[in-house]
Design a binder for this molecule. Structure first.
Ligand SMILES: NC(=O)c1ccc[n+]([C@@H]2O[C@H](COP(=O)([O-])OP(=O)(O)OC[C@H]3O[C@@H](n4cnc5c(N)ncnc54)[C@H](OP(=O)(O)O)[C@@H]3O)[C@@H](O)[C@H]2O)c1
Length: 271
């Protein structure tokens, strides 16, 4: 067990909290949440009895075993990130895992002061159901132990990959925004099913299960998507007719441009 301070008890902070407790990484006595909104603190305390919540970082925070809390996760809003790091000074935290989008490791390090171990991460919303994918990268003072710690924490809500920090904008454009791309595809396919005479409920079930099943096939077989697509595309068959229509509408190139645009936007928002 390790103790951890979670700064920001919103959607992502709350998801991480739930994941760490469910996976047995920590007990409620090992986790402290910094959350400025009283209503949200009450919600978290009633959902997780025994959880400690505070309105702001306090000096010398201890866990249930009386140990000093050395690690923190920053899960607040980007605008508040550097202020939150400065406020963390009083706690004596020496390790920080930030999931805040667009705030670089050097800026977090400068706000924390000294030579803090900072690991930046870009998660995505399926973390809310324990099926996220997160890329992490270490700042100037982060050791392999700090990266292993961050990977361990984030594994509670899904898969973790390690990358250099300059690639985090590409990760934001691909998997950070990715759920929204798949939701758009799901919306369109559900509507298409209704157009073809299926009820909305049936169409939703067919689309959701097809998405889940296709992802499971990709993951479990390790095959290339092209090979799996060829499996269902017989010459002059129904799938071939559908795919030809999608290719004629340049769907492939639309996705490439979407990821490029989202990556560029992430770069521009970087501070
Ligand atoms: N959602 C995603 O898909 C996603 C993906 C990757 C990265 N992220 C990053 O994850 C972070 C959290 O996102 P979210 O979707 O969980 O947002 P959220 O639900 O709005 O949560 C942010 C939480 O942090 C609190 N907070 C704000 N300033 C604080 C401070 N100074 N000290 C302590 N807590 C503070 C907020 O309280 P208030 O309500 O008072 O502001 C709120 O409870 C963001 O930085 C975002 O860029 C999100």
């Amino acid at each position: 067990m390790s103790s951890l301070l979670i700064v920001g008890g919103g959607k992502m902070g709350g998801a991480l909290l739930g994941g760490l407790l469910r996976s047995g990484w920590a007990g409620t006595g090992d986790l402290t949440v910094v959350e400025p909104v009283a209503e949200r603190r009450d919600e978290l305390e009633s959902e997780y009895p025994g959880l400690r919540t505070v309105t702001a970082p306090e000096p010398g925070l201890l866990d249930d075993a009386g140990e000093r809390i050395a690690g923190a996760v920053l899960a607040g809003k980007p605008d508040a990130a550097e202020g939150a790091c400065r406020a963390l000074g009083v706690t004596g935290v020496t390790r920080l895992l930030s999931i805040v989008a667009g705030v670089s490791a050097p800026r977090l390090e400068a706000a924390l002061g000294g030579e803090p171990a900072v690991v930046r991460a870009m998660p995505n919303t399926p973390a809310l159901v324990g099926a996220g994918v997160t890329a992490i990268s270490g700042g100037s003072f982060a050791t392999s132990h700090d990266l292993a710690w961050a990977q361990d924490v984030l594994s509670a809500v899904g898969t973790v990959v390690r990358l250099p920090e300059h690639l985090l904008n590409a990760v934001t454009g691909l998997s950070g925004s990715g759920p929204a791309y798949f939701f758009l595809v799901a919306e369109a396919l559900m509507e298409a099913g209704v157009q073809m005479g299926l009820t909305r409920d049936v169409s939703r079930t067919l689309v959701v299960e097809t998405m889940l099943g296709s992802a499971a096939l990709l993951k479990e077989t390790g095959s290339d998507p092209e090979a799996l697509r060829a499996m269902v595309t017989s010459p002059a068959g129904t799938t071939a007719a559908g795919i030809r229509t999608l290719e004629a509408r340049a769907v492939r190139s639309a996705f490439m441009e979407a990821v490029a645009a989202a990556t560029e936007r992430s770069r521009n928002l970087q501070r």
